[in-house]
Design a protein. Structure first.
Length: 216
């Protein structure tokens, strides 16, 4: 399992992020996994508000207080769509809008990067799928699902005596074009991959799952 640390911003940028509305903060997190691209999203959100006194999107909430719909304020108006050509609803509309915002308005085609090799992807789910298939690296949600399916506890204990040098973190961070982890240790747990039935996940039974925990 891999749990990369959150994207680190300068103090000034972080203060600006903290000043955003709740759904705008979510947009920053959903926009990309690098500081460069998250800053592009931040600048676009702030500039639009300073220029127009409005947000990049209009959010409506349901009776429970959750976000119900998100309508893009940047797309051209159209009578047939009642003010916008882009409206997002149903499951996690703010995340759907952020994908549209990053791809269509920021013109960032591939904002997500593989933890193992640095390859770029347009969507986080494509990156996750590549990491599992090519590098056998599982992010927390996928790892929990794998362990639940196998009946193995999803939170293995960390053997503090078995650690990798911080150079591993540097190598993996550099491959993604990110600033390296400068301190702390990278813990590595080896979890046996369970025996699956013939029609189960295509995971070689003789391999291992590596768990990397970052303390930065």
């Amino acid at each position: 399992m891999i749990s990369p640390p959150p994207v680190q911003h300068t103090e000034a940028a972080q203060q600006l992020i903290n000043s955003l509305k709740g759904h705008e903060k979510s947009m920053i997190n959903y926009s990309a996994d690098t500081e460069e691209h998250q800053l592009r999203a931040l600048v676009a959100i702030v500039d639009h508000r300073l220029t127009t006194s409005a947000g990049v999107c209009v959010v409506t909430t349901g009776q429970s207080g959750g976000i119900k719909t998100v309508t893009c304020s940047l797309c051209p108006s159209s009578p047939s769509t009642q003010g916008s050509e882009r409206r997002f609803d149903k499951k996690n509309p703010i995340r759907k809008f952020t994908v549209h915002f990053v791809h269509d308005h920021l013109q960032v085609p591939k904002p997500f990067h593989c933890f193992g090799c640095g390859q770029e992807f347009p969507f986080s789910q494509d990156r996750d799928r590549h990491e599992k298939a090519v590098h056998r690296l599982y992010r927390p949600k996928a790892f929990k699902a794998l362990m639940k399916q196998s009946g193995v506890p999803s939170t293995p204990s960390v053997d503090e005596d078995e650690t990798l040098s911080t150079s591993l973190a540097h190598e993996q961070s550099d491959a993604r074009g990110l600033s390296s982890v400068s301190s702390g240790q990278v813990g590595r747990d080896v979890v046996p991959v369970p025996n699956y039935p013939q029609n189960g996940p295509s995971v070689p039974q003789s391999e291992e799952v590596c768990v990397y925990n970052f303390d930065v």
